[in-house]
Design a binder for this molecule. Structure first.
Ligand SMILES: NC(=O)c1ccc[n+]([C@@H]2O[C@H](COP(=O)([O-])OP(=O)(O)OC[C@H]3O[C@@H](n4cnc5c(N)ncnc54)[C@H](OP(=O)(O)O)[C@@H]3O)[C@@H](O)[C@H]2O)c1
Length: 248
C-alpha cells in the first residue's frame, strides 16, 4: 500500500512550480488532492490531468487564499468531493525583492496578505476537519535564516511562517495534528523564472552558498513534503526543515 492511501490533501497554489510538484507527489502516494489555483486555471487543469492520467484522484479549485470566503471554499471542496481532510500544504506565495527605499504599503500588504494571512485563513478552515494523524506543512523559505539583502518584506513573511508553525504545533499537538514547515533554497519554478532570478547574479550567488552546487528542482521539495505529510514523520512536529542543498 502507498504511504497516503485513503488520505485527502489540499495543496494551495498548486497550478505551477513547487505546489504542482507537491500535488503530484502526494497523489502518487495515494492521496486524493485538491489542486488550488488563483489565476492559472489551465495550469491547475494540467496538474489534475497529469494526476488522473497516472491513476490518481484530483480536482482543481479556484480561490484566493487571502480572502476568507475563498479559503473556506477551498477546504469545503475537499469535504464535498472526498468527504474528509487529512493533509494541508500551505504553499501559495508571492515574492518580489525590494530595497528599503522602495518598499510601499502595497508591497507590504500584498506579501503579508498571501504569505501570512492566506496561510492562517486556510488553516483556520482546515482545522475544523483535520483529526488525529492530520498533518499541516507550511512552505516557508531558507530566506528566514539567510536574510538576503533587499528581501526585508518577503523574509519577514517567512519568519512569520516559521513562528506560526511553532505556535500551531503546540496548539494542535493535543489533537494529534502535526505542523511543520519546509524551508526551500532557490528552486527553478515559473515564479523564479518570471522574477528574473534564474540566470541572474542572484542565482550565481545562491549556488555559491550551496554545498551541493546547484539550485533545487520542485521535486526536491515535494519528496520532503510527502515525508512530513505521511505517518513516517509521526514524531516530527514544530520543525522548520531547511531543504536547500546545504545553503543556510
Ligand atoms: N521558488 C523558490 O525559489 C522558492 C524558495 C523558497 C520558498 N519558496 C516558496 O514556495 C512557494 C511556491 O513558490 P513557487 O516558486 O513555486 O511559486 P510560483 O511558481 O510563482 O507559483 C505560485 C503559486 O501560488 C499561487 N498563488 C499566488 N497567489 C495566490 C493567492 N492569492 N491565492 C492562491 N494561490 C496563489 C499561484 O497561483 P496562480 O498561478 O493560479 O495565480 C501559483 O500556483 C511560495 O510560498 C514561495 O515563497 C519558493
Amino acid at each position: 500500500m502507498s504511504k497516503l492511501t485513503g488520505k485527502v490533501a489540499v495543496v494551495t497554489g498548486a497550478s505551477k512550480g513547487i505546489g504542482a510538484a507537491i500535488a503530484k507527489a502526494l497523489a502518487a502516494q495515494g492521496a486524493s488532492v485538491v489542486v488550488n489555483y488563483a489565476s492559472s486555471r489551465s495550469g491547475a487543469d494540467g496538474v489534475v490531468a497529469d494526476i488522473t492520467a497516472a491513476g490518481g484522484k484530483a480536482v482543481a479549485v479556484a480561490g484566493d487564499v487571502s480572502k476568507a470566503a475563498d479559503a473556506q471554499g477551498i477546504v469545503d471542496a475537499a469535504i464535498e468531493t472526498y468527504g474528509r481532510l487529512d493533509i494541508l500544504v500551505n504553499n501559495s506565495g508571492v515574492y518580489a525583492f525590494s530595497p528599503i527605499e522602495e518598499i510601499t504599503e502595497e508591497h507590504f500588504h500584498q506579501h503579508f496578505n498571501v504569505n501570512v494571512l492566506g496561510l492562517l485563513l486556510v488553516t483556520q478552515a482546515a482545522v475544523k476537519h483535520l483529526g488525529e494523524g492530520g498533518s499541516i506543512v507550511n512552505i516557508s523559505s531558507v530566506v528566514s535564516r539567510i536574510t538576503p539583502a533587499g528581501s526585508a518584506v518577503y523574509t519577514a513573511t517567512k519568519g512569520a511562517v516559521d513562528g506560526i508553525t511553532g505556535s500551531l504545533a503546540r496548539e494542535l499537538g493535543p489533537r494529534k495534528i502535526r505542523v511543520n514547515s519546509v524551508n526551500p533554497g532557490m528552486i527553478a519554478t515559473e515564479g523564479t523564472h518570471s522574477a528574473g532570478f534564474i540566470g541572474s547574479d542572484f542565482e550565481t550567488w545562491a549556488v555559491s552558498t550551496t554545498p551541493l552546487g546547484r539550485i533545487g528542482q520542485p521535486d526536491d521539495i515535494a519528496d520532503v513534503v510527502t515525508f512530513l505529510a505521511s505517518d513516517d514523520a509521526r514524531w516530527v512536529t514544530g520543525e522548520s526543515l531547511i531543504v536547500s542543498g546545504g545553503s543556510r
